[in-house]
Design a binder for this molecule. Structure first.
Ligand code: CP
Length: 309
């Protein structure tokens, strides 16, 4: 693994190795990496969780985050994202983390730079580190993926979280279902759609999505439309979920829209645990890229797993 920009074309073993490493870091901690290492966190879209957890993960690994604020950078003078990233590489960054409104930007940078690139969210494309922290949270709950029924619910069409998760969960052997308003269905994801009332009865994991208002042509009032009652997780629906089922949401949460505000911190909710896992998931990714980047050997990993059992 030289970059971490997509969950496509990643084997189950490769994903599992990262999940298990993140889980191990959460239990045992980690020794900081040796040497002076710099990371450029290039965020061109707003972020609270992803940006902050990358900075915390970097500091815990002994990596120094380099200051960058798009509004105060030479981007305001017309510098391209490519030249911005190349500049950080030239100055000495060992790693680029990028969030941008344009789909595929992280892939393009990965092709052009000689340092690892991590996609921290590209438009409606992918959000692979969010996906990894979601997987870590599911793994901590069930210690397996195969056969779990996961429903991804909400604004599927505009959600990079939905895309990365649908790909990775299916690679890991989960049964993936989708639910949401018909106009937000996405035919590029080949999974079955169910109604929210069917979803709550089948889900081991109910993965809610934020409505991506900033990617819609028109902003509509979801409260006026009765979105929660038609498509969201109400208290009445939560009561019908399987006893062991958990609720995930990448956040920020639109309380009272995707989910009843009283459920955000209910017993089944793992929403704040997801945020906590964001740090270890990102540590696992950066550690892997900076230490064992190109050395992942699926055969060795499978042999070791068979031995551990
Ligand atoms: N889940 C997520 O990506 O949150 P932020 O936009 O706050 O980083």
């Amino acid at each position: 693994m030289e970059h971490f920009v997509t969950m496509k074309e990643k084997s189950a073993a490769e994903i599992l190795q990262l999940v298990k490493r993140a889980n191990e870091i959460s239990q045992k901690g980690v020794n900081p990496l040796k040497g002076q290492i710099f990371a450029a966190n290039l965020f061109f879209e707003p972020s609270t969780r992803t940006k902050t957890s990358f900075v915390v993960a970097e500091r815990k690994l002994g990596i120094e985050p380099l200051e960058f604020m798009a509004d105060h950078s030479s981007v305001t003078k017309g510098e391209s994202i490519y030249d911005t990233a190349k500049t950080f590489e030239a100055i000495g960054a060992n790693l680029i983390v990028v969030r941008h409104q344009e789909e595929n930007i992280a892939n393009q940078l990965a092709e052009s730079l000689s340092i690892p690139v991590i996609n921290a969210g590209d438009g409606t494309g992918e959000h692979p580190t969010q996906c990894l922290l979601d997987l870590v949270t599911i793994y901590q709950e069930y210690q397996k993926f195969k056969g779990l029924k996961v429903v991804i619910a909400g604004d599927i069409k505009h959600s990079r979280v939905a895309r990365s998760n649908a790909i990775a969960l299916s690679t890991l052997g989960c049964e993936v279902y989708l639910t949401g308003k018909e106009e937000w269905h996405d035919d590029s994801l080949a999974f079955s759609y169910v109604s929210m009332d069917e979803a709550i009865e089948i889900a081991d994991v109910m993965m809610l999505l934020r409505i991506q208002h900033e990617r819609h042509q028109q902003r509509t009032s979801m409260q006026q439309e009765g979105y929660l009652e038609k498509y969201g997780l109400t208290v009445e629906r939560e009561a019908k979920m399987k006893k062991h089922a958990i609720i995930l949401h990448p956040a920020p949460v639109n309380r009272g829209v995707e989910i009843d505000t009283n459920l955000v911190e209910c017993e089944r909710s793992r929403i704040f645990k997801q945020m906590k896992n964001g740090v270890v998931a990102r540590m696992a990714v950066m550690e892997t890229l900076l230490t064992k980047g190109g050395n992942f050997n699926e055969e060795d990993f499978n042999k070791r797993q068979a031995f551990i059992g």
